[in-house]
Design a protein around this ligand. Structure first.
Ligand code: ADP
Ligand code: MG
Length: 463
């Protein structure tokens, strides 16, 4: 009678470990072993809120290196385990729920990266605890999964062999640029994850840097992060990005580079100090200097720019000295930080967007302001056409990106009578305009840049 209450299992069975996010894993049943074991990689013990945790990667499907699951679990202890070959190894021990057929119970598992058993999981006698009986002649008595079915459980996680785990750190997954980056990464066999900046929060005091996500999850380390931080959340976004940097992710644009480029004044100061040509620009705080400011840039017409403005909002043209004066004083009255710039009339409402990746201008376009406006921003209704840059413009674009420390940059240049002048550097240049004008796969080039950099980083770490 007792026997019928026990679950009869064969020498191998499909089971699941829901706590570890492993819906299907094939286990070899081995009553000769006491504790169960998981074949894991990148095993790493760390501390969080005073508790010890262990994170690790698993390829849950045999002979499939593409499917990777990043797991984490509280560490129970570290234990010396003697393997069948007589070799003793110190292994982390974790606890997780096991589901095998109808049986659901919490079991202990040791983590090892020795693949000698051929199976990703080994079920020891402790886990059976008198609740299971083994029929060593048989297999899959609790249900068989075909290779395709098992794979189906892990859909969306598959990357190419050696595929990277890449985060697009942004706010809006619907945005053309973000969608293209996700798509380009997937096409190249990477595990792409969209991480919403607003849902990240960081534990600064943890001994190991960590990022919490949506309240419950702690993000496993990424190989690379593509920051696409909206200007409105630059401060918070850069703080989150720094945390990713500390966790060892390669970031396509560093938090420092982004913070620099978002501060119009700071970036112009940096560029000027390295001899990059730009329109004559002045900056002041107190209203007493308004006349001086206007004189400094050669009088009206002039352009007044809000330091925090983007996409052309907060860029105003003052045609006369009188208009300039009242405009500047109005901005100052509301304590807005502004800079005042000579107006490049001969640019005729056009500017150049140079898209730089890794010290190369990969594409360029000319933007043309809508009738009646001098601002060529696409968001202000500007049109875009392909353009051939002069070698000087190309040189200035590369130099500017390098000075800002950006590996991906949109460098905006205006053509003046006295040569090209840099207006600003964008650290999250949009992809829609430039891809449609150039017909190029810019998102793909960004992913390829990551691939190269991560390989370089790994080679360096191994040396
Ligand atoms: P934003 O960050 O809002 O895009 P920009 O400094 O890039 O601000 O200015 C927006 C647009 O206004 C530019 O793309 C350019 O077409 C025009 N513009 C900016 N500064 C000048 C200037 N000094 N002379 C002529 N046109 C300018
Ligand atoms: Mg601009």
């Amino acid at each position: 009678m007792l026997i019928t209450q026990k679950t009869v299992i064969g020498k191998e069975e499909w089971c699941s470990l829901p706590d570890l996010n492993l819906p299907a894993i094939k286990a070899r049943i081995d009553s000769g072993a006491r504790t169960s074991a998981l074949h894991a990689e990148n095993i790493h013990i760390y501390k969080s809120r005073g508790d010890q945790w262990v994170r690790f990667d698993i390829n849950p499907l045999q002979k499939d290196r593409r499917t990777v699951v990043h797991c984490r679990a509280p560490l129970v202890e570290e234990r010396d385990v003697k393997s069948s070959s007589g070799h003793t190894e110190r292994r982390p021990v974790i606890e997780a729920r096991l589901k095998l057929g109808e049986v659901v119970q919490t079991i202990q598992l040791t983590l090892t990266n020795r693949d000698s058993m051929g199976y990703r999981m080994l079920l020891g006698r402790e886990a059976m605890q008198g609740r299971m009986l083994i029929d060593p002649e048989k297999s899959f008595l609790q249900g068989m999964l075909s290779e395709i079915e098992a794979k189906e459980f892990y859909r969306g996680r598959t990357g190419k062999e050696g595929g990277l785990r890449i985060a697009v750190l942004a706010s809006n997954p619907e945005l053309y640029s973000n969608q293209r980056l996700m798509e380009a990464g997937r096409e190249r066999g990477h595990n792409m994850e969209f991480i919403n900046i607003q849902h990240c929060y960081i534990n600064i005091s943890a001994e190991e840097p960590e990022i919490h996500y949506r309240g419950t999850e702690i993000l496993a380390p990424f190989d690379a992060v593509i920051p696409r931080i909206r200007p409105a959340i630059t401060f918070y976004g850069c703080a989150v990005l720094r945390q990713f940097e500390m966790m060892g992710a390669f970031c396509l644009n560093s938090s420092i580079g982004i913070a620099r480029s978002r501060d119009k004044l700071r970036s112009l100061q940096m560029l000027a100090s390295k001899g990059v040509p730009m329109p004559v620009t002045s900056f002041a705080h107190s209203p007493q200097e308004t006349q001086e400011l206007i004189k400094m840039v050669g009088g009206a017409p002039l352009v007044v720019k809000l330091l925090t403005g983007t996409q052309g909002v907060g860029v105003v043209l003052a045609e006369t000295s009188k208009a300039a004066e009242s405009l500047i004083n109005a901005f100052k009255a509301v304590k807005a930080d502004i800079l005042v710039q000579e107006f490049i009339r001969e640019a005729d409402g056009k500017d150049l967007r140079c898209f730089v990746i890794d010290d190369k201008v990969v594409a360029a376009m000319q933007r043309i302001a809508p009738k009646g406006d001098f601002r060529a921003n696409i968001h202000r209704g500007g049109a875009a056409v392909e353009i051939k840059l002069t070698s000087e413009e190309r040189k200035i674009a590369l130099h500017s990106a390098r000075i800002m420390g950006l590996s991906v940059a949109g460098v905006d240049i205006i053509r003046s009578a006295s040569g090209p002048k840099v207006l600003e550097i964008n650290s999250s240049p949009g992809l829609e305009g430039i891809e449609s004008v150039s017909g190029m796969d810019i998102a793909g080039l960004m992913i390829e840049s990551i691939e190269k950099s991560v390989v370089k980083k790994r080679v360096k770490a191994a040396a």
